[in-house]
Structure formats: C-alpha cells, structure tokens
Write a protein that binds this ligand. Structure first.
Ligand code: C2O
Ligand code: CU
Length: 493
C-alpha cells in the first residue's frame, strides 16, 4: 500500500532478503511437532477467538511475544462440515487494528475480510504512525462476527490477517490458523486419518536477540525503521523454518501411510519439498488434493514446489522405512538450514487399512466457453514515493473498482509476471489452463485458489464467479508484495 511504499528504494531485487536470527538456534529434528488445538464452539456452529499478545515458546527456552489468535501460534484449528454455516466472533485485544480473511472460503463479501473492514482494538486512537484508511470505507468494531456458509468442496483453508498495508507484519507476528472443511464423501475414501492425518503449516521466521520476531520495517514499538524496508522489496525471508510453530521439528510416526495437509504460510519463501530417507531414497509424494480440495485422481511427484498460500494434500507411505529410521522433509530451494524442514522418525511397525483410491472425486468443476478473456500484468514499477508492486501499472486503491464480473460468468484470466508471484483470487476456485504457453504442470492439477507464477511466466486460469455478489480481491500472496500495492478490487455484480 501507499503508506509503506513511501520508504521503498528504486531497484527491486528479484528475491527477498533473508534476515539472520540473533539468538542460538536449536539443532534440527529434536523439537516434537506440535499439532494446533482444535477450537471448541461456544454453541453449535458458533466460535469465539480473542486476538491478543502472548508469549509463545517457539525456540526451546526462549519467550517470543507474538500477535496471536487465542494465545497460540498457529491459532486454533477450526473443523467444519461442508454446507454447515458457522460464525466466528473475533475480539481484538491487540495494539493494532486487524482484519480476518478466510483464505479459500466461499464467503459473502461482508465477511470476507476486506482490507479496510477493521476490527479496531479497544481504545484505538490511530497512533503509532499507522496510516488510517479512508474513514468512509471503514466499518470498525472492537469485536466482529464473521459468517462462513462453507458451501464448498472439502479442503484445508486458512485464516489470517488482511489489513491494508500491514498484512505481512501481522502474519509474520503470528496471525494465522488452519480451517478444515470436511464431508462424508471424502471421509468414505479411506485416506489416512486420525493420528495419520497431519496438518503442516510451514513458515519461516527470524528472531532478534531478545527472542522477539525480527521484521525489517517496524521496530518493537511499531515505528518504521527508515531505509530498512527498501532491501526487502522482494519479500521478507527468515533463517528459521517452522512447522506448526516449531523449528525443524520431528514427529514419531508409524511405518504406514500418512496424509500430510501442507500449507506454505510463509510471507515470501518458496519451497520445493521432497521426502528423503536416511539412505537417500526419495519417497513418492502422492498428491490427492490441491488448494480447493480433492483431485480427480492422485498425481505422484518426486518433489513438490509450493509458493506462499498454496496448499497440497499429499499421502506419503513410510512402510518401506526400517523402524528407527528417519524420513526428512527437505526444501530443494533452500541453502544450509533453510534446506531442511522437518523429519519423521519411524517408531513402530503398524497395520495400515488406509488406501489411496484411483478415483478421488468426480465433482471437480471444469468450465469452457468463457464469456471474457482478460489479461493482467504483475510487475514492479514506480508509485508515489518510490517503487512498489503493481497490477496493470497501478497500486491497490480501495476506492477504485478494477474489474467487474457478472455473477455466474465464466472467465479466462491471463496472468503475466515479472518475478515470482503467487497470485490468489478470493471467492472463486479456478483451474490452471496453461503455463508459459504450455499445458499446466503436474502440481497445477485440481481446483486452486493460488497459482505460483515463475519469473517471466504467463499462466491462464479459468473460473466461474458464482456464490455471492459484492467486492472481492485478487492479489499477490507474497505478503510484502501485497502490502506494497499488488492487489486489486473485483466486483461481482
Ligand atoms: Cu490469503 Cu487475500 O489472502
Ligand atoms: Cu508478488
């Protein structure tokens, strides 16, 4: 956004700069993998979350003050059933305004977390140098109740902060949690379940000497650090890889199939994941689902690239690993410690009744005969006060409608990138039609809500805008790019 773009430099780097932690880091594969607690409803279908500052133990023995949903990082997991509406009431006890967005949710516009629909903290006066958005566009409260119809395919969604200009630091400080939508048909497939279904939220972070999270633009009192942000135009990377909020964790597993529900919740880091045994064998990653739920049929990968905000639903079979052995989840795009993510220690032989059916779903939408074809460019460029990230040459402006689509219309969008941009569309899941003029890649299968464009690449997506009318967004999910302007308004009429 405009407020932060004022401090940007002139020459955007292609990739983000990596922060160095100033505390001793634990060895890899010693901290147990935490599983986020499942949130209990206060009444059937009604949830409450208090956003507050809490000290969280991320690194062993180190207290890290974080901005949390309910006191933990990740926030509590919400478990929902398809078509059963829920409400979530958020109370803001943080020192800053917030906005909650359910990423991947088919949500009415008034509950979609528009970047100026703020949940104000009690007593907020607009201090700390934060620019307040146009008051005419703001509906603000100390608590806010979001309604989610969840009339959509089963999938792992996630909820996170979405405030204009400040999404990246808010997510970095901890405002992210998982949300599952499930249904009977998916459960009847026999995929690994119970303790053999693991959510894995992968994020990178960096820690200052006092144990707090380091973030380049804001100091501990939320003041801008002049000149620092310009070297992070490409995005902020940390040198510590967390899974579910634990550094390079390890999980004791059975010698059986596991279903891994993977989210790249990082601000800017891309990963290419592979599962490698102690003797150097790569275990196949059998993808059963994408951002928006099950594939039609499984797709097997040796390694799986994952950009910010993307999710993959993957089955890995540990049956061939000797008891006592390890399987490491590695990142082929990392160097040194960022090349390691987590490990599984195969603790015991086990019986396995799970299966991966050859047909996973038959309700995958595909569309043809688009009413319109549009093209959008995602590029760095000049904006008031310096350089930013632009869509079709313009930075985000909440008072402008960039695209109007008709409810129920099928459209093809051609997305053109200068550098890596994971492009996310609210409301509507889409299929990837092509990449670089070629057929989509194996990991583009299924219904997506985020497509990770590679440098210089154009991709075509097709979708149908159905569900709700109103104002939605599309944007780059490199969270720093998003804050620096790469977001646009989509009006469904
Ligand atoms: Cu994950 Cu517009 O957000
Ligand atoms: Cu981007």
């Amino acid at each position: 956004g405009l407020a932060t773009a004022a401090t940007l430099g002139r020459r955007p780097p292609v990739t983000g700069a990596e922060l160095r932690s100033a505390v001793p880091l634990p060895p890899a594969f010693e901290v147990p993998l935490p599983l986020p607690a499942v949130l209990k409803p206060v009444a059937p279908g009604r949830y409450e979350i208090t956003q507050r500052v809490a000290d969280v133990e991320i690194l062993p023995g180190v207290r890290t003050p974080m901005w949390t949903y309910g006191g933990t990082f990740p926030g509590p997991t919400i478990e929902s059933r398809r078509g059963q509406a829920i409400t979530v009431t958020h109370r803001n006890e943080l020192p800053v305004p917030t906005v909650v967005h359910l990423h991947g949710g088919r949500t009415p516009a008034e509950s979609d977390g528009y970047p100026t629909d703020l949940v104000l903290p009690a007593g907020w006066s607009g201090g700390h140098g934060h620019a307040m958005p146009d008051p005419r566009a703001v509906q603000s409260r100390v608590t806010r109740t979001y309604t989610f119809p969840l009339d959509q395919r089963p999938a792992m969604l996630w909820y996170h902060d979405h405030r204009m200009d400040f999404t990246a630091p808010a997510i970095w400080r901890g405002l992210a949690g998982l949300h599952f939508v499930r249904d009977d048909a998916e459960e009847a497939l026999g995929l690994p379940s119970g303790p053999r279904e693991l959510p894995l939220m992968i994020t990178d972070r960096a820690f200052a000497a006092d144990g707090s999270l380091d973030y380049p633009s804001l100091d501990a009192t939320l003041r801008e650090r002049p000149g620092v942000r310009e070297s992070f135009l490409g995005g902020v990377l940390g040198d510590v890889i967390l899974v579910n909020g634990a550094p390079w964790p390890i999980h004791e597993a059975d010698a059986a199939r596991y279903r891994l529900r993977i989210l790249n919740g990082s601000n800017a880091r891309h990963y290419e994941l592979e599962a490698v045994t102690d003797d150097g064998r790569r275990l196949p990653l059998v993808q059963v689902g994408a951002d928006q739920g099950l594939l039609a049929a499984p797709v097997t990968h040796a390694s799986l690239p994952i950009g910010p905000a993307e999710r993959y639903d993957v089955v890995v079979d540990f049956a061939s690993v000797p008891v006592g052995g390890r399987v490491r989840l590695l990142n082929r795009l990392g160097t040194g410690r960022t090349a390691e993510v987590m490990a599984f220690r195969i603790a015991r032989p086990a019986r396995d009744d799970s299966r991966v059916p050859a047909v996973l779903s038959q309700d995958l939408p595909s569309w043809d005969s688009p009413a319109r074809v549009r093209e959008f460019s995602f590029r760095a460029g000049p904006m008031p006060g310096g350089h930013g990230w632009l869509i079709d040459g313009r930075p985000f402006d909440p008072s402008r409608t960039d695209v109007t689509v008709g409810l129920g219309d099928v459209e093809v969008w051609r997305l053109v990138a200068d550098v890596h941009h994971p492009i996310h569309l609210h409301l509507a899941g889409f299929r990837v039609l092509s990449r670089g003029g070629r057929p989509p890649l194996p990991h583009d299968a299924g219904l997506k809500d985020t497509v990770s464009l590679r440098p210089g690449e154009a991709a075509e997506i097709i979708t149908r805008f159905d569900g709700y009318r109103g104002r939605y967004l599309f944007h780059c999910h490199n969270a720093e790019h998003e804050d620096m302007g790469m977001m646009a308004n989509l009006e469904v009429r």
